[in-house]
Design a protein around this ligand. Structure first.
Ligand code: GLN
Length: 213
């Protein structure tokens, strides 16, 4: 555990948008460490699982010790932010050609499921908890949050769609906050990291979200 004035946040560095998260975290006041092996999790105050490709993350972790270590860390209350494929990794249920990887978020997500939307697009994200104006949302072959279970709560929406959720200290976004200069999401996550493992509450909100046709 580090000095929480400047918390130490691990970034899973198997592939994907690692350096962009490192930059964002540094800008909001965290030190970072790349996580490639179970021992890299020792002493972390928080963890980011970047986007990338779920099948690649599966391939790189299958049968190894990192995956059980990640599961234990998240279970033990390590504040964790997953973006895009990172959200898929944290989801309790994955639809569309994959299995749950780490878990920790009571949501069902479907990979690559934005229907008639182009595979990648930008759209404003409404995130009242972050205050102020909408956050710019960059979506790249994003997962769709199809159900939000009672243990999770909605953090952000884009139109009728849920695009960010949290369950206590575990946060997931379908979009890529690391790819825009807006640092409000990383800053808010870092506040959770600073508050530490104390915030293990599983806040409840009612019902599944309505997903457009
Ligand atoms: N489409 C990817 C998947 O299903 C996620 C894309 C991303 O992380 N930008 O794993």
């Amino acid at each position: 555990m580090s000095d929480l004035v400047r918390p130490l946040v691990g970034v899973l560095a198997l592939h994907g948008g690692v350096s962009e998260h490192e930059t964002a975290l540094a800008e909001v006041g965290a030190d970072t460490r790349r996580v490639r092996a179970p021992e890299d999790l020792d002493g972390l105050d928080g963890l980011v699982i970047p986007g990338g490709e779920t099948t690649t993350i599966h391939r790189l972790t299958r049968g190894g010790e990192l995956l059980p270590a990640l599961r234990s860390a998240v279970d033990a209350g390590l504040p964790t932010l997953g973006t895009c494929a990172g959200l898929i990794a944290l989801a309790a249920e994955v639809r569309g050609g994959s299995e749950p990887l780490v878990g920790g978020l009571d949501v069902a997500v479907r990979r690559n499921a934005w229907g008639r939307q182009p595979a990648s697009f930008e759209a404003p994200v409404h995130a009242p908890a972050l205050g102020g104006e909408d956050v710019p949302g960059v979506f790249i072959r994003a997962p769709r949050v199809e159900e939000v279970g009672p243990a999770a709560e909605v953090l952000a929406t884009c139109g009728d769609e849920v695009v960010a959720v949290r369950q206590g200290v575990v946060w997931g976004t379908a979009f890529h906050p690391e790819l825009t200069p807006d640092r409000r999401l990383h800053a808010a996550f870092l506040e959770v990291v600073r508050a530490g493992h104390a915030e293990g509450d599983e806040r409840r909100t009612g019902g599944a979200c309505r997903v457009g046709a």
